[in-house]
Write a new protein. Structure first.
Length: 248
């Protein structure tokens, strides 16, 4: 679903990403880890279209999307969450998801027609709410949800756009143990119908979720493979994991 070829990004004299290549298939969770400043956020911003690469190529389902803006990539099936929760805090859960689903309506909505009359859009919104495990909270104001539920809602917004590829940027950030476990289980379920690229610092969650694990250091890929290989890799241990964790 996603193929990245020799992606590079320069900020003046700073090389934030240097010759990064990776692949993500439907049914796969590909996790990118690394210390602060490794270039993970730069990578995910280039994949979503929020940042243009200096060189390299991004293919989505075989189509070159390197030069496309975020809204065009979204229409082609790219969904994304951000490090900081990005929702409409004053709207209900249902209204949040309906707005996202509305972006997939084949025709513009009529100004004086009630939102409840757009059955396909409302059906898509409700499906996204159920997939994100927020059923029963439809009428809650988004800003009153717990932190974990707000992160679930942000994923629901992406799901309402019918994505093929999900880019999840630190979805467990700021969560306690119970919320983190709930999010891990949710992401596992979403794997079935999506390709997922996940950037995360929670090492326990990383090893619980990853089918493929890529480690970045100073803008380059240090190692990439299945989690057991990465855990044993001496270069990864020295640069990021530490010997104690690697031996668990």
């Amino acid at each position: 679903m996603l193929e990245v070829r020799s992606l590079t990004r320069r900020f003046g004299g700073l090389l934030a990403n240097d010759d990064v290549s990776l692949r993500v298939a439907v049914g796969e969770i590909h996790v990118v880890i690394g210390p602060n400043g490794a270039g993970k956020s730069t990578l995910i911003n280039m994949l979503s279209g929020d940042l243009a690469p200096t060189s390299g190529q991004i293919l989505l389902d075989g189509q070159d999307v390197t030069a496309l803006p975020p809204e065009r990539r979204s229409l082609l099936g790219v969904g994304r969450s951000y490090q900081k929760t990005n929702i409409f805090r004053g709207f209900t859960v249902r209204e949040n998801c309906r707005l996202a689903a509305q972006s997939r309506a084949p025709h513009p909505w009529r100004l004086l027609r009630g939102a409840d009359r757009y059955l396909d859009t409302n059906r898509l919104a409700q499906q996204a709410i159920a997939q994100a495990e927020l059923t029963g909270r439809e009428e809650r104001i988004a800003g009153t949800l717990s932190h974990g539920e707000q992160r679930q809602l942000e994923i629901a917004l992406s799901l309402a756009t019918r994505p093929k590829l999900l880019l999840l940027d630190e979805p467990l950030a700021g969560m306690g143990a119970e919320e983190s476990q709930r999010m891990v289980e949710l992401i596992r379920k979403l794997r079935e119908a999506h390709a997922i690229l996940l950037v995360e610092h929670d090492v326990d969650a990383v090893f619980a979720l990853a089918d493929t694990l890529t480690v970045m250091v100073e803008g380059r890929i240090l190692a990439s493979g299945v989690p057991t290989e990465i855990r044993r890799n001496p270069e990864v241990q020295a640069a990021y994991l530490g010997e104690e964790l690697a031996g668990e």
